[in-house]
Design a protein around this ligand. Structure first.
Ligand code: CA
Ligand code: CA
Length: 443
């Protein structure tokens, strides 16, 4: 095992298995083939180590670890991937992904509804012709917006994949990934996703909202992965990136970026007990949203949930939301944040959030001050300690407050994380994370 963090995992895993007879018995077939004295473990059958973040709470997260041979699928096409997900029942399943599986092979044109014409859309809804006072929700089905809606519905059908309970999805070796896919981990328990490169889905039909902000805005759907109302989810050693479709290459219409991406990983609607470890999140704008609304109807579902742990992830070249938090007790430790030119902020402090950010490392370019790391959307107190910025121990709350004296943040998240494995001192985080995080690094 190549990283200090991984070594910690292996030790914890052994302890967890020793205490769980049923799991040991059901793994016998897999481990019997192992060569003695060699680490035999089939990564597809690994489970979240005991005590490793919020996803280890209660029953823990085992995914499809105990799948019978008939429930192990190796797929290399989008159709094959979807068929494996659709196979009946919730008995444990393992889906091994070989190479890059692309959901959108035929291009955006394939989704366009008959009669849809983007030029007609731009013509009708331009600020000059339509103004900025009325949104497009009342537009009829045969209008440009109606045809956009119909086209978007076709893409929605085509690129979403629902993950059933008790599933492990894992890339085989290096170079495995999902392109243009929106993975829906929705209303299920016990899912593991590892060793995959997610290239962000591109929304072929962003919606113009004339009333969003002062200038209007282009809004897109499709997160690479969304955890929606689900529990016990472990995302480990994945890479999330805009890849071949960076925002920097996107055009502008009506003077605004034609944004074709939504989130990389969103955790919403009462989702709970998520651990994200050793992932790379890179080249993206709205990276991770935890809780998607301040509204009271959403609060009723989210309050007391949205508990997530992020450790040993690399957050590099992002704009914002790494993560943006509402309601949840969220533990962010031992991550490396590397800001680029478009950097807005890392941690969004939202309504009733209880963020703990400790022992992280930040690499900020010249001209970006430590005061930008925190963004106050709400006055929820947080705990930020033992963080380093460009090699110097830095009080992130004090840095924020020095720059924003009118809207200060308060310290003290009101809880202390206990579900952590080995915690590195912040001075060791950069090398460990840069060497160990991301897809293709799971051995
Ligand atoms: Ca959106
Ligand atoms: Ca989203």
């Amino acid at each position: 095992m190549s990283t200090p963090g991984w070594h910690g995992h292996a030790i914890k895993r052994t302890a967890a298995l020793a205490g769980c007879t049923a799991l040991v018995l059901s793994l016998t077939a897999a481990t019997a083939q192992a060569r003695p004295g060699h680490h035999p473990r089939d990564t597809a059958r690994q489970t979240l180590p005991a005590g490793d973040g919020w996803a280890s709470r209660g029953a823990g997260t085992t995914g499809g670890a105990t799948a019978g041979a008939e429930r192990v699928y190796t797929v290399s096409t989008w159709a094959g991937f979807r068929a494996a997900l659709a196979a009946e029942g919730t008995a444990p399943r393992i889906i091994r992904v070989k190479g890059t599986v692309d959901a959108v092979s035929a291009g955006c044109e394939a989704f366009a509804a008959p009669g849809y014409d983007f030029d007609a859309y731009l013509e009708k809804y331009s600020p000059q012709n339509w103004g900025r006072d009325t949104d497009l929700s009342a537009e009829p089905d045969d209008s440009p917006e109606g045809l956009r809606r119909a086209s978007a519905a076709r893409q929605d059908q085509a690129i979403k994949a629902n993950v059933p309970a008790n599933t492990t999805i894992i890339g085989v070796g290096r170079g495995a990934g999902l392109g243009g896919v929106s993975l829906q981990i929705k209303d299920v328990d016990n899912v593991i996703v590892r060793n995959l490169t997610f290239e962000s889905p591109v929304d072929c039909f962003p919606q113009w909202d004339p009333t969003d902000g002062d200038l209007g805005n282009w809004n897109s759907e499709y997160d690479s992965a969304v955890v929606h109302g689900s529990t016990h989810v472990w995302l480990d050693h994945n890479t999330f990136t805009d890849g071949e479709h960076p925002d920097s290459a996107a055009p502008a219409y009506f003077g605004l970026l034609y944004q074709q991406h939504d989130g990389q990983l969103d955790i919403v609607r009462g989702a709970d007990h998520v651990t994200a470890s050793w992932n790379v999140f890179t080249e993206h704008d709205k990276t991770i949203l935890i809780g998607n609304s301040d509204s009271e109807s959403t609060a009723a579902v989210d309050r007391g949930h949205l508990k997530a742990t992020f450790h040993h992830n690399l957050f590099k070249g992002l704009v914002e939301r790494a993560p943006r938090v509402r309601f949840g007790q969220v533990d962010v430790y031992n991550n490396h944040f590397v800001a680029g030119d478009d950097y807005a902020y890392s941690f969004g402090v939202g309504k009733e959030s209880a963020l703990v950010a400790e022992h992280n490392a930040f690499t900020l370019p010249d001209g970006v001050s430590p005061g930008k790391v925190l963004k106050r959307w709400n006055d929820s107190p947080l705990t930020a300690a033992h963080n380093r910025v460009n090699g110097r121990t830095t009080d992130l709350v004090a840095a924020h407050n020095a720059e924003n004296p009118d809207v200060p943040l308060a310290s003290g998240a009101g809880w202390t994380p206990t579900l952590r494995t080995k915690v590195l001192p912040s001075r060791s985080v950069v090398s460990a994370v840069d060497r160990g995080a991301g897809a293709g690094r799971l051995h």
